[in-house]
Write a protein that binds this ligand. Sequence first.
Ligand code: ARG
Length: 624
Amino acid sequence: LTVTGLEALLGDIGLQTPIPHFAEADVLNKPRDIARSYFADILSSLVGGDPANAYNSIQWPSNIDNGDLAAILPKLSHGADYHALALDLITKFPECPLFIRRPFEEGMHLRMFYQPRTLPRLVLSYINDRKQSYGRDASLGLHHLTSPESGRKRLVIEFSSPNIDSEFQAKHLRSTILGASIASIYGSMGWDVTKINYLGDWGKPLGLLGAGWEKFEPEGQFQADPLRHLFDVYHKTYERFEPEQAAYKKARDEGKDPAELETQELFAERNAFFKRMEDGEEKALAFWKRVREINIDSYNQLYSRLNISFDEYSGESQVSQETMAEVEDILKNKGICEADGPSWIIDLKKFTKKAGREIIRDRTGSSTYMLRDLAAVLDRDRKYSFDKMIYVVATDNKDHFSRLFKILELMDLPDLAGKLEYVSFSGVSQMSKKLGRGHTPDDILDQCQAAMRTSLKENPEKATLLGSTEETVASVGTTALLAQELSARRANDHAFDISHMTSFEHGTGPDLQYWYARLCSVLKTAPDPVELSDEDFASLREDGVTNVLRLLATYPEITNSTYRNLEPVTVMAYLASVTDHLSSCFEGIEESDGITPVQATLFEATRTVLENGMKLVGINPAIH
Ligand code: ARG
């Protein structure tokens, strides 16, 4: 689609004047900007003044019941008598093929609807021309918006990042799904995206697991189901460790020095094991390596079932020793960190409003979570020279990230700190409670898919359309989970409600797949395409159909706001509103009789938008 092509299309609906030019309008990506440009042009010719001001006074109503465009009267003309102004505009409004005959007044707004007669030709031709690229704006990822030669911006995005010492938790699942979705959104907006999985595969927790393993598995043999066996040992070890931890906390809270306690029992064994790992002792490393491999195998199975992949499997263990030493030097030379007995710490109250101690090296000389994260930033910056790096991590890491960014600033790396973004979400979920202790990543999807198999049996008419093969069960079952995770705002807790997610209630993943399948199925009865007349398009003037068309026209704004707010729920809620209006498009259609060419155009465009939206957030259509 070019501006010339667009103007020819507008000529077909009786609009002969060239598209009025506005700097902010993006008529080749957003069909609504066409209407906005003409509306602004008409308004500014009626009220006078700067046309750009008229353009900026126009808003999109948040709900299609409130019209398609709304000019805010006080913005359009400051200090006027708004009611008189509205009346005047309504009376003088010229006929325009894009709009109904006259706008109407409501509060401070002058509202306008599209003309149902011309809407179908414009919207359907537009979408069926743009196809997969409808809703994508590849220029957003360019260094200079208008020049492709400037090259693409690079995003590094870190997500999933489970800990290899224990179960794959709900927060990791959510990070995985949200992260993959955000990566896909950036990719579709033209960014060059690198996806990193930063495993929690180093540090004291592994020391504790190692110590527990030597205690409870003196033979050191893994059993048939090594992962469950490992989690077993993990839980046994924690049962022993918890009272020690509680005593430690109690001592600290009572103002005593708890250091002494760290030299006893599991505390001491944990530290010793981790020290052996840091010193590269063979036996300790062999255990660690095995644990890492078993877990990575199981993660990979989960990721592939979810259709998610990474460009790099990194992890806390992979951060370079040299970079950590470099970070430490900077911190010491700039007087940011100081010795505290044998440890090195940052006394945060010297630099921030909040008090606290951030340990950089502990009393045994071991690196810490923070030191590894600081060094990882430098490593990644050198490796990828990113323009932006996003961390998709639960809110339990909130303080950690604000400290991390603050310390980078103190290190005189404000440019680097400014490129980092922490995308947080609530880690609270019913998942672990529902799956029980010791669950493996596979259990998560196994349960969703088992419930999906039942749900398809209970809904035979849906199953006829979707199929009930194991392949369908797997792909719709996966969609059920993805859709549920993506349909909550990030800050909200999630229910992990398997029976609801696998149901065909409005807005669930299976419901979305059902509507998609229904479109595919009806399109099979479509005749060969023909040149469509005004009369053909005029048959799409039913209210229900008009509402679907009005929604389809808003899709590019939906993807744009999702790109800005990083809330995939924006897309999910939109797709649910499209399917909500869709049944009216099927009224009066006997699928066995086949559909008309113009109906085929409508269903094709709708299918495109559903498919683009699903793929944008990481859901694959079950039917191809
Ligand atoms: N493994 C951590 C956890 O489970 C998340 C890692 C977050 N990323 C980071 N760079 N610190 O809480």
